[in-house]
Design a protein around this ligand. Structure first.
Ligand SMILES: [Fe+2]
Ligand SMILES: [Fe+2]
Length: 166
């Protein structure tokens, strides 16, 4: 217990994000179905495909450190997803639905960006050069998705949320 080092922290955090990514993979199709905006729907579906790649990259990182891929329940992502489901429920059919859903999706991306940023820094410190590349590739896709969502919010979704339903 007293001699845990950065390797242990890296492995534990890898299990956390592995759980989170698998949860996100299951959640994105539901979010795509719920989205009223076709553009938001498309963004969710594209990111679902990317998420499959994130899971594969994590499996590769597990292999690099000589471990079998394992998931550890991540209460943070469970909570963020639950909040998103609440919004989908409570705002179903109303103009503000997509703005709320998009914001929930950005909370997911920000969680991932935080985790991957940390994991990349630790991989660097541990001299895991191949892992750094893999984590970096995923981090870039999470950031790009976050930017896409911001643009969608600013150009369409937030203004649509202001309109009264016809
Ligand atoms: Fe991801
Ligand atoms: Fe993501």
């Amino acid at each position: 217990m007293a001699d845990k080092t950065l390797d242990d922290l890296f492995y534990e955090t890898l299990k956390d994000i592995y759980y989170a990514e698998r949860k996100i993979l299951k959640t994105l199709p539901k979010m795509a179905r719920a989205a009223q905006s076709e553009k938001l729907k498309a963004a969710f579906l594209q990111h679902k495909d990317e998420t499959e790649g994130h899971i594969e990259r994590l499996q590769d990182v597990f292999e690099i450190i000589g471990k079998r891929p394992r998931a550890k329940t991540c209460a943070a992502i469970d909570g963020i997803v639950e909040e998103g489901e609440e919004i989908m429920d409570e705002f179903k059919g109303s103009p503000a639905h997509d703005a709320g859903l998009l914001a929930a999706a950005q909370a997911v991306e920000h969680y991932e960006i935080s985790r991957y940023g940390t994991l990349r820094a630790w991989a660097q410190q541990l001299g895991l050069t191949e892992a750094v590349k893999l984590l970096d590739a995923t981090l870039a896709e999470e950031s790009k998705t976050d930017e896409t969502l911001t643009k969608l919010a600013q150009t369409a979704v937030n203004s649509a949320a202001q309109k009264k339903a016809a």
